[in-house]
Design a protein around this ligand. Structure first.
Ligand code: ATP
Ligand code: MG
Length: 447
């Protein structure tokens, strides 16, 4: 039997809450998306039931935000957030309320961020309950704060960044008063925790229209506070032969517009988005003009250093940071590819995450001169090389060298690398070849 869809399961949770005598609705982003005809990523439910009542009704629950009245219900292997209607006491720190009180559905809607996120859906009747004229804003494509925008952004500064990323991802406009309030309060975004800022920035980069997202982030004044290093790319002119598109900012924006928004797992999209955004951030500090025009010697190393600081500041996991840094590190290596000897080429092609390196390179070309010769060359090589040519079995190890009479030590790595290079060049293929190669090259007594 086909397993029920997430929507069917969400409806069944609402039905169970109502049978037990509570009010219950779908709420927030999922209602917005259902109205837009887009399949929601996840479903949130708002209810009059108290957290302890929710926990009694469903067999598998997790109290993820029990002090805020939020219970995670696990059903059909998927999580659903079930939150008790609440209103919030004063925000004293620009981040979170000093307390909450359980209230009505209407009050619960009024504490939410934007009108488009404030709709309730009665899944039994299909009726939409709209206390904030959110439906009209969805139809017109408008992000409008619920209530007074300046007050709402002063309560929780993250909402400013959410406005921008929702506008980009949904292709909506930000209502002028809402946008003006963001411009006034932009620098307050620095008071928000690095993790929350990072997650919304990742959403902005990965969930659709990142170029527009970055332009709005810039126009709102948020960018120069969140990522001054990216803001600095503006008006850094480049050599017109390699970069007919213009300055480094325009180049980065063009690449963002080319980011794949589907077909890749989320962690790869995330890494690629951040790599595009940060790949040239070393350029402003390395720009130098001489008789041959402008150049950026050392920008990769400078960029890696800045990117490492940014990713530390935004508390990225080591794994994500290292992958982004390696993408930045190798992005100029593609220039050398046509001249590489086979061993070096194969070592390059078998780098971890080479698919991402190649994807970044393709966007780098399409976001500038448009020449894809090296991209296709790498693709052809990867298609024609057999796995055992790219990853041939190891012919010798340290023990073999000891048996040949060498004393263990640091030079072992150089010898074994030389063996593998010769193997990748097709000069040797058996262990006997390899032993002969070592003895001829390094002699019997050395090192
Ligand atoms: P997405 O589709 O990208 O998940 P979303 O609107 O569902 O967008 P969530 O972060 O999942 O975003 O939040 C769910 C709902 O909670 C929102 O639709 C909104 O009603 C409310 N909400 C989220 N963050 C805030 C906030 N900082 N302030 C007020 N309300 C918020
Ligand atoms: Mg959501």
């Amino acid at each position: 039997m086909k397993s029920p869809s997430s929507l069917d399961t969400a409806k069944s949770l609402v039905a169970r809450l109502k049978e037990a005598g509570h009010e219950a609705y779908l709420v927030g982003g999922c209602v917005r998306d259902l109205i837009r005809g887009v399949e929601p990523e996840d479903y949130d439910i708002a209810t009059s039931a108290r957290p302890e009542e929710v926990r009694q009704l469903f067999p598998r629950t997790l109290p993820i935000g029990a002090s805020f009245g939020v219970i995670l219900v696990l059903e059909q292997g998927r999580p659903y957030e079930v939150a008790t209607f609440r209103s919030e006491a004063a925000y004293l720190d620009g981040r979170r309320p000093s307390g909450i009180a359980y209230t009505s559905a209407r009050e619960d809607v009024l504490r939410r961020d934007f009108t488009i996120n404030g709709l309730l859906m009665d899944t039994l009747t299909g009726e939409i309950i709209d206390y904030t004229a959110g439906r009209q804003d969805i139809e017109k494509g408008i992000i409008r704060a619920i209530g007074d925008p300046a007050q709402r952004f002063a309560e929780d500064h993250l909402r400013m960044l959410r406005a921008v990323r929702l506008a980009a991802n949904l292709g909506f406009d930000i209502e002028p008063n809402t946008f003006a309030a963001i411009k006034d309060l932009a620098e307050k975004i620095l008071l928000i925790s690095a993790e929350r800022t990072r997650d919304e920035m990742t959403n902005l980069l990965t969930q659709g229209q990142p170029r527009r997202g970055m332009e709005l982030l810039d126009a709102s004044g948020l960018l120069r506070h969140i990522l001054p290093e990216v803001s600095a790319l503006k008006e850094i002119e480049q050599h017109p032969d390699y970069h007919p598109e213009g300055d480094v900012w325009e180049h980065t924006l063009r690449m963002l517009a080319l980011l794949p928004s589907e077909g890749l797992p989320l962690n790869k999209t995330e890494v690629l988005g951040w790599a595009v955004l940060l790949h040239d951030i070393g350029k402003p500090l390395c720009a130098c003009t001489d008789e041959r025009g402008v150049h950026f010697y050392g920008h990769v190393r400078q960029g890696e250093e800045l990117a490492r600081n940014i990713m530390r500041r935004l508390r990225f996991s080591n794994e994500t940071a290292e992958t982004v840094l390696s993408l930045i590190h190798y992005h100029m290596h593609f220039l050398d590819v046509p001249r590489l000897r086979p061993a070096k080429l194969k070592r390059f092609l078998r780098l971890d995450n080479f698919d991402l390196h190649l994807a970044l390179h393709k966007m780098d070309c399409l976001g500038s001169h448009g020449r894809l010769g090296t991209y296709y060359f790498c693709q052809d090589q990867l298609a024609s090389l057999r796995p055992e040519e790219l990853h041939p079995p190891k012919l010798l190890n340290g023990r073999d060298l000891m048996e040949l009479g060498y004393k263990p030590g640091p030079p072992f790595k150089d010898i074994l690398d030389a063996v593998e290079n010769a193997q990748l060049e097709g000069q040797l293929s058996t262990q006997d070849d390899a032993r002969r190669f070592v003895l001829e090259r390094y002699g019997r007594s050395a090192p």
